[in-house]
Design a protein around this ligand. Structure first.
Ligand code: RIB
Length: 306
């Protein structure tokens, strides 16, 4: 059976220290707790989609090292297909150092390693996964040439393309034209448009500017304020779920993965957005990235209660 979601993206090991506050430059903060989790925006989104019930295949690279072995085991333990997750002897597995402060806020430094060596050749080798009707889910933590090659192949084969433009970087027009659904957060939307996002009105202006570049649907995530959706059929702010945040790391990834899973099931956009928001809200109540991603039953329960 054809996979419903293909993720071409990054995977890493996340090393967390949760402390009373994030240290300033030159400062040492003691008394924290340590935690590790599978991470990388691509892998987080793949796991979120799989936990939400989708059939997911992951295309990427790890190094030939212990972190790589644990990333592979983690993804396959979550039910994500890893036949196209290559072992690269030339570079280490990606690692992220993450500080989480007392209000759940974070600060992240990434050593990309093998992720930056994901290229068009990896996409070519994964061609059999690109079948009409599936969804391609992309981010920007791998080489841009791979992102463009995946987008172009997906368009030729009739997949729906979702691009989460994180971390922010300028996007060529050719790539924008390959994307059906763009999901920046407010900072990425500002970086892409030059418009400072401070609520629904400015989000609407930024989304309109992005749609003029050829993207059909734009969803701007606004943290606890919710998400702004701009699509041919629906336009407006979807308020967030109210939860007590312990760690917001990866919440955007959970939103994207669960959104893609809901769309792959055939849900309409407003219901898929709500489903993604519920998954992301649950994830911020727990520490970690992949370790905080909720199961389908939890998402359904929260949606039933709200
Ligand atoms: O979006 C969160 C992710 O960003 C973390 O898992 C970390 O690996 C960084 O890539």
């Amino acid at each position: 059976m054809a996979p419903r979601i293909v993720v071409v993206g990054s995977c890493s090991t996340d090393l967390f220290v949760r402390a009373a506050r994030i240290p300033a430059v030159g400062e040492t903060v003691i008394g924290g707790t340590f935690h590790t989790s599978g991470g990388g925006k691509g892998a987080n989104q793949a796991v979120a989609a799989a936990r939400a019930g989708a059939r997911v295949e992951f295309v990427g690279r790890v190094g030939a090292d212990d972190f790589g072995r644990s990333v592979r085991a983690g993804l396959s333990g979550f039910g994500v297909g890893i036949a196209h997750l290559a072992r690269d002897p030339q570079a280490p597995t990606g690692v992220a150092f993450i500080f989480v402060g007392g209000r759940g806020e974070n600060s992240i430094a990434v050593a990309s390693g093998a992720n930056l060596r994901v290229g068009p050749g990896d996409v070519r080798r994964a061609q059999p996964l690109f079948r009409a009707g599936a969804i391609l889910l992309l981010q920007l933590e791998i080489g841009l040439a791979a992102v463009r090659a995946a987008g172009a192949l997906a368009r030729r084969r009739g997949l729906q393309v979702i691009l989460n433009p994180a971390p922010a970087r300028p996007l060529p027009d050719a790539l924008m034209r390959q994307v059906h659904l763009l999901t920046p957060n407010e900072h990425e939307a500002e970086a892409l448009t030059g418009i400072r996002i401070a609520g629904a009105a400015s989000a609407a202006r930024a989304a309109a500017r992005l749609r003029r570049r050829g993207v059909k649907t734009v969803i701007i995530t606004l943290g606890p304020a919710g998400v702004f959706v701009s699509a041919p059929s629906v336009q407006g702010l979807f308020p967030g779920f109210r939860v007590r945040a312990v760690d917001t790391t990866g919440a955007g990834d959970v939103f994207n993965g669960a959104l893609a899973a809901a769309l792959a099931e055939g849900r309409e956009l407003p219901a898929a957005v709500r489903f993604g928001q519920a998954a992301a809200a649950l994830s911020v109540t727990r520490l970690g990235t992949q370790s905080s991603i909720p199961a389908r039953t939890e998402i359904d329960r929260l949606l039933r209660r709200s």
